[in-house]
Ligand binder design. Structure first.
Ligand code: CO
Ligand code: CO
Length: 364
């Protein structure tokens, strides 16, 4: 497919520029990014070799993956399979030598058992995560379309959660309803689905519990949904029944902070500026010490990736970057509020992929 060949060509240019002879890619998001192959990382060696000089791509797979690997439709991809009696590391090192590859780029996530064999074989290994992220950090139109699709599924799943919210349903029951709906709508995976209620909302990322939700509780939904590789990550906070004035007060500060940060998004702005927009507003309202995390993170093939929206990140925003904006206020023992949307940087501003209502009493 053209999109993959194009990525590999750009990647080769980057490798050449850095004088790296070849790159090795293990199962995970980068393998999916370069050849569209989704495969579980197991103990048997499975690895893609991209040479910077030669245009053949080599994929070493165990015999039992061969059939699936053959369906990858990419020009110049050689699939080399091995049986359990063979030593795939010997195949790999011979291949590297044939390709005159001695300086070899590897991912930080490469298992040490593979790296160790290569080091013992005399290869010079360099970490290339930043080179790959420099490509993945901006999304093309196809990727943005998948992120849009994932948002639609996620929103519909959260709406199903809203519809089923009633007193005495447990957090876990609600979580299962949301997950089931996301699956019905075509989610490939639901990497996480957090439903919290009452004082649990003050603990960011606590697991859903068996706590039964009561009238007057704050309820927080933070759901991740993967569609064709790409992830949506949305948080909504609502109140079951009539919100108290304190709920409304805190909610409106978070909502204003979130909207202010979103409005700052455009090419040329530094990532930390977006964080500070939300943070300064929450601090000015006197709740700074209750905003205990960064404002957001990049989204794509991974739930957390570059660019991170935090103080100290001077990365300049560019068209095609995608990230969350999710400020929160968490008051221990009371309740917490977080609102999270997925934002794309466009040519002259932003597109908010998240269309779900931000009304504190939205239950329809
Ligand atoms: Co989230
Ligand atoms: Co998030």
């Amino acid at each position: 497919m053209y999109v993959y060949l194009n990525r590999i060509k750009r990647f080769r240019d980057i490798l050449k520029h850095r004088n790296i002879d070849a790159a090795l890619i293990v199962p995970g998001p980068n393998l999916r990014y370069f050849i569209g192959y989704k495969v579980e990382a197991l103990e048997r060696l499975l690895i893609l070799l991209i040479s910077s000089q030669f245009k053949d791509l080599n994929l070493i797979v165990p015999m039992l993956e061969y059939e699936r690997a053959k369906s990858i439709n990419i020009k110049d991809l050689n699939i080399i399979n091995y049986s359990d009696e063979e030593d795939p590391y010997r195949t790999l090192t011979n291949l590297l030598k044939d390709l005159k590859a001695y300086k070899v780029g590897v991912e930080g996530s490469m298992p040490f058992r593979i790296a160790y064999k290569l080091l013992k074989g005399g290869f010079n290994l360099v970490e290339i995560d930043d080179l790959i992220y420099s490509m993945r950090i901006t999304k093309d139109n196809y990727e943005i379309e998948m992120l849009r699709k994932a948002s639609r599924v996620n929103e519909e799943a959260i709406r199903e959660g809203f519809r089923n919210l009633k007193s005495s349903i447990s957090e876990k029951e609600l979580k299962r309803i949301i997950e089931e709906r996301a699956e019905e709508l075509g989610a490939e995976e639901i990497p996480f689905c957090i439903v919290q209620s009452g004082p649990n909302t003050a603990i960011p990322h606590a697991e859903s519990s068996n706590r039964k939700i009561e009238l007057g509780d704050v309820v927080l939904f933070d759901v991740g949904v993967r569609v064709e590789g790409y992830v949506s990550d949305i948080t909504r906070t609502i109140v079951l029944g009539e919100p108290r004035s304190r709920h409304r007060l805190i909610y409106n500060i978070v909502k204003r902070a979130q909207e202010k940060a979103i409005e700052m998004v455009r090419p040329g702005v530094e990532a930390e500026t977006i964080d500070l927009a939300a943070r300064n507003l929450i601090e000015a309202e006197g709740y700074g010490k209750y905003f205990i995390h960064r404002t957001g993170h990049g989204l794509g093939l991974e739930i957390h990736e570059e660019p991170y929206i935090r103080i100290g990140n001077r990365t300049v925003l560019k068209e095609g970057m995608v990230f969350t904006i999710e400020p929160g206020i968490y008051i221990p023992g009371e309740f917490g509020v977080r609102i999270e949307d997925d934002i794309v940087v466009t040519k002259d501003g932003y597109e908010n992929l998240t269309k779900l209502s931000k009304d504190i009493s939205e239950i329809s």
